[in-house]
Design a protein around this ligand. Structure first.
Ligand SMILES: NC(=O)c1ccc[n+]([C@@H]2O[C@H](COP(=O)([O-])OP(=O)(O)OC[C@H]3O[C@@H](n4cnc5c(N)ncnc54)[C@H](OP(=O)(O)O)[C@@H]3O)[C@@H](O)[C@H]2O)c1
Length: 294
């Protein structure tokens, strides 16, 4: 695995599960880490833990809730204000809800947090990423994307027919289509973009959901991979020299995993990109409108 001394890494969802395990591994490799967390107390505690376990003292917290697009803009602005290069962007945060929730911007929460916030964050950071030599964007998706064969463009918020696993899987299909379109847009640059399917991992995903969170989720942990094992592919894509220059792929168990045709449909990927831009421009009623360019 590569040495990440002098490399800057930004990670969403670093306060738990796969993101936390990834953060510790990347910290051990010497990276300067910027962790995004929505809870400052929890974030500070995690930073202390990572510093003491890894000896790396260059770990910083940016507080922000990805369920608010305005906060996503603030997160990006905060990072950009540090005038640091960005070698690795690990888009990892995610949520699984058993009931339908809407964000402050009026989007279904799994679509907003798992996909739309990362679409915006990545675009806001894109100029910085492009100006960093051989930068990597890593999108944590899921094998669950295979459960949904098309984007629900007529009703992205699932006002009708909300089924938790279907809506979660739909947000993960969006991660893959985003990876596909972003790869195309960045073909002339040295930036690589790949997605990760971590497999089935015992984390806190879904633990905020009543009965599911209290009983099923902890029970499932007994049979699933540890977060450390589940983070292996993310860490590999972020840091391995073996995959330098590899772009537009989906990885599982540190190997390329071929995607279903509907997850690499050029027309759907382009449509999702265009709609996402429109949604963001209609949601951010501040001077940030159109701040992102590709
Ligand atoms: N576990 C699996 O089997 C599995 C399988 C395939 C893919 N994945 C994907 O792996 C990624 C990591 O999930 P995990 O399994 O490690 O779950 P996890 O332990 O619940 O971690 C999720 C992370 O996302 C953060 N997050 C959630 N909502 C957020 C928000 N509104 N604003 C900011 N941060 C937010 C959480 O912050 P808090 O600490 O504040 O809650 C936490 O740090 C997700 O994208 C998930 O879809 C997981």
């Amino acid at each position: 695995m590569g040495n990440l001394a002098n490399k800057t890494v930004l990670i969403t969802g670093a306060t738990s599960g796969i993101g936390l395990a990834s953060s510790k591994a990347l910290a051990k490799m010497g990276a300067e880490l910027y962790l995004i967390g929505r809870n400052s107390k929890k974030g500070e505690k995690i930073i202390k833990e990572i510093k003491s376990e890894t000896g790396n003292q260059s770990i910083y917290l940016i507080v922000g809730d990805l369920s608010s697009l305005t906060e996503v803009v603030k997160i990006a602005e905060t990072f950009l204000s540090y005038n640091k290069p960005l070698h690795i962007l690990l888009n990892n945060a995610g949520v699984f809800n058993t009931i339908r929730k809407l964000t402050i911007d009026g989007y279904e929460e799994m679509f907003a947090v798992n996909y739309l916030s990362h679409f915006l964050l990545t675009n806001l950071l894109l100029e910085r990423i492009k100006s960093t030599d051989s930068a990597r964007i890593v999108n944590v998706a899921s094998g669950a994307h295979m459960l949904v064969k098309k984007m629900n463009f007529e009703d992205l918020n699932f006002n009708n027919g909300f089924k938790s696993l279907k809506v979660y899987s739909h947000s993960k299909l969006a991660n893959i289509l985003f990876t596909y379109e972003l790869t195309n847009k960045l073909k002339e640059s040295s930036v690589t973009v790949n997605s990760v399917d971590p497999g089935e991992v015992g984390t806190n995903l879904g633990s905020q959901n009543g009965l599911f969170g209290k009983i099923i989720s902890p029970l499932m942990k007994l049979f699933l991979k540890s977060p450390e094992k589940g983070a292996k592919t993310s860490i590999y894509i972020c840091a391995s020299c073996e995959i330098k220059g590899v772009t537009g792929e989906n990885f599982r168990n540190c190997k390329v995993k071929e995607l279903k045709p509907w997850a690499t449909n050029a027309e759907t990927a382009k449509k999702l990109w265009d709609i996402s831009e429109r949604l963001i421009n209609s949601s951010i009623k501040t001077p940030y409108n159109n701040v992102y360019k590709t």
